[in-house]
Design a binder for this molecule. Structure first.
Ligand code: M6R
Length: 361
């Protein structure tokens, strides 16, 4: 049921305020400025013994895991990283008993993720799942985890599940943080930030008309660059993937600092750049990258907390807690990919060559 939308992609983008509300519902414990995650099956002593977190997923879920790893490092101060599940499987990884492994998947059926889970279990590791589809193979094979509660996602291209997965990682990071060194005040600050998200998402979605206009402006690009730093980098990667999948425009994502190490050679008027520029401690560094692009006559679309004078256009997003910026900054770029694909007459819900869940190797 499309409920008045022209595609599932559009419907699912527009459902995100409600979806985020669902992933938060019943999980916040204000009294202790923490969260309660019923299905985690990891008691406080076990959680405190975790020395490292390794997140495994594919495609968009891998990108959500990259942000998840940053959230866990920032809020819980536990070293964490994300890796594509297939790469992990094929490099005969060292499986460490003090590492908490987390498998991320919308469908819960992605073969590479499932096979990584099975391999880890064979080697005695503890594996949690961050999964959307209840009762799916990965949900069943993991020792516990968090359901993402995004609701059914029909479009091949993942949108609302990405956002909800990142929020679910925010909850996990908060939980791990609050049984370690995260203060009550910081716990409360992040909780308040999470609570504001649904309204802020709704506010951004009301700005869709402006993004439709921008999509017309950029739809005929030969290729597009997406850049960001630290928190902005996974956002850039996910936005580039979204654009590729639905519009078939070639897109590359780089950490902004890597531009001058090679990709700057590609910059010209026909190759615009989308830059993720939050008002955080890296703002000045990001501005320098915008100057480098302008000096090569590159067009720039910034996603920022305020208008960027070096950019040709800025999509202004609401301010959040800095750790949560990636959640809000991703959303207008989903709309940009959608409207670009619409402008180019693409088959939005079923892009060529792609399947909703990849259950083969
Ligand atoms: O169901 P999963 O989250 O495990 O799927 C992983 C990827 O196949 C998926 O995210 C894919 O990249 C989507 N087409 C992204 O839009």
């Amino acid at each position: 049921d499309l409920a008045g939308h022209d595609t599932y992609m559009h419907k699912e983008i527009c459902e995100q305020a409600d979806a985020v509300d669902r992933v938060l519902r019943g999980r916040i414990e204000d009294r202790f400025s923490t969260v309660h995650l019923g299905g985690l099956n990891l008691d406080a002593r076990e959680a405190r013994a975790v020395r490292r977190v390794k997140i495994l997923g594919c495609g968009t879920s891998y990108h959500a895991g990259m942000i998840g790893a940053q959230l866990i490092e920032e809020l819980a101060r536990v070293p964490a990283d994300a890796e594509p599940a297939s790469e992990f499987r094929y490099r005969n990884p060292v499986v460490d008993p003090d590492t908490l492994y987390v498998a991320v998947s919308q469908s819960g059926e992605t073969y590479d993720v499932l096979a990584a889970v099975q391999e880890l279990k064979r080697k005695g590791a503890r594996v949690l799942g961050v999964v959307n589809v209840v009762g799916s193979a990965i949900a069943r094979e993991t020792d516990g985890g968090i359901y993402v509660h995004a609701g059914p996602e029909v479009c091949v291209v993942s949108t609302k599940c990405f956002t909800n997965t990142v929020v679910a990682f925010g909850l996990l990071a908060l939980h791990l943080g609050r049984i370690r060194d995260l203060s009550v005040a910081d716990g409360r600050r992040v909780i308040e930030g999470l609570r504001r998200l649904p309204d802020q998402i709704a506010e951004m979605l009301r700005g869709e008309d402006a993004i439709r206009t921008l999509a017309k402006e950029y739809a005929h690009a030969r290729s597009m660059m997406f850049i960001g730093r630290v928190r902005g980098y996974p956002v850039a990667r996910e936005a580039a993937l979204k654009l590729k999948e639905v519009s078939y425009i070639h897109a590359e994502a780089y950490p902004a600092s890597e531009l001058k190490h090679g990709p700057l050679a590609l910059i010209e008027p026909e190759v615009p750049t989308v830059a993720i520029v939050p008002d955080d401690e890296l703002l000045e560094k990001n501005r320098a990258a915008l100057e480098e692009i302008k000096a090569r006559e590159g067009r720039i679309l910034a996603v920022a907390h305020r208008r960027q004078d070096k950019a040709d256009h800025t999509i202004v997003v609401p301010r959040s807690e800095p750790e949560l910026d990636p959640i809000l900054m991703g959303i207008p770029l989903q709309l940009l990919a959608y409207h670009t694909a619409l402008e180019l007459g693409r088959d939005i819900d079923k892009p060529r060559n792609l399947a909703k869940s990849v259950t083969v190797e």
